[in-house]
Write a protein that binds this ligand. Structure first.
Ligand code: SF4
Ligand code: SF4
Length: 311
């Protein structure tokens, strides 16, 4: 079946306003979540990286990290703190300072990583987060790693983590490497891990796949409409007009300390919540109605932030 790829339009729309009397949290099972960029630096330089090289640098100072950690550990209830980068393990403070301080709080700890850390670092991470690790989203980048090495590292992490920690392998459906992506998927699944494909993003939306490439994508992930509906792959759906609790029960915290309601809002220069270093973050009191024509990040949907999208 033909699948229309959404385009990120940049037409101006006013800053969405919180809806009155709709409750501070979704009235269905959900997981409050912060995606926290613990550093900008990455040790890879993938040709399809959505973060421009110019911004894929930098480490917050210890004081800036402490401001973020104070804010996170002060959030009421049990949130999931998903550490992102750059590459989180590129920060030498990750294991010496960040994770120990997070573990001292009450939240679940997750991470997005390219899994290039040493086996010693991975073992230490598993030990520090034991009993508190939520999800490891491991991104497999064929430009920088070999599949057997990647799987060996993931198996090591799984063997040292507690039993109910979850692991998922993400791969970009790189248009001119789809045969290799398909082969890698088979190896990942044969090793007992969940594999998750994502369409390649470019600055203003999605890469324009040809019809032939989309047939290859379909051969890898299955029926595209079904994958969109069940979110078994990131097909960058649209949730325009639905109630969304991002900014209230989900936010993105950047290495600068800036907090944003969601990544799409940020791209439209909307949904700014304040800065943790300046100590002025204000969460939204409730949901907004999504005004955006594409929702390319899976975390808000997967954590139950969006009306009609079950976790
Ligand atoms: S590992 Fe991730 S952040 Fe680093 S260059 Fe590749 S896509 Fe970008
Ligand atoms: S997370 Fe998705 S649904 Fe929610 S406001 Fe952002 S783009 Fe819209």
């Amino acid at each position: 079946m033909a699948h229309q790829l959404p385009i990120l339009t940049n037409t101006w729309s006013p800053e969405p306003q919180p809806l009155e009397d709709d409750g501070a949290a979704p009235p269905w099972p959900h997981q409050p979540t912060v995606e926290w960029q613990v550093c900008g630096q990455c040790n890879y330089d993938c040709s399809y990286c959505i973060q421009s090289k110019k911004y894929r640098v930098g480490y917050p100072t210890r004081d800036e990290l402490d401001a973020a950690l104070d804010f996170l550990n002060g959030l009421p209830g049990q949130w999931e703190v998903k550490m992102t980068g750059g590459e989180p393990f590129a920060s030498r403070l990750l294991l010496d300072h960040i994770v120990p301080r997070l573990v001292a709080g009450s939240h679940t700890i997750s991470t997005l990583t390219n899994l290039s850390a040493s086996t010693k670092q991975l073992q230490r991470f598993a030990a520090l987060t034991h009993g508190r690790l939520g999800i490891v989203s491991a991104s497999l980048h064929l430009e920088f790693t070999r599949v057997p090495d990647f799987i060996a590292r993931l198996e090591l992490l799984r063997d040292h983590a507690h039993a109910n920690a979850r692991f998922v392998v993400n791969m970009v459906l790189v248009p001119d490497r789809l045969a290799e992506v398909a082969a890698a998927k088979r190896e990942v699944e044969a090793a007992g891990f969940r594999w998750f494909g994502q369409l390649m993003k470019v600055k203003r939306g999605l890469h324009p796949y040809t019809a032939a490439q989309m047939r290859e994508v379909e051969a890898i992930i299955g029926d595209l409409e079904l994958a969109t509906r069940t979110r078994s792959a990131n097909m960058a759906p649209a949730y325009t007009g639905r109630r969304c609790w991002t900014g209230a029960r989900y936010l993105v915290l950047l290495q600068s300390g800036d907090a944003w309601a969601c990544r799409t809002a940020r791209r439209h220069d909307q949904g700014f919540l304040g800065n943790v270093v300046r100590g002025q973050v204000e969460l939204r009191p409730g949901p907004i109605r999504c005004p955006y024509s594409i929702c390319p990040c899976t975390v808000p949907a997967n954590r139950g932030m969006i009306e009609g999208v079950a976790r």
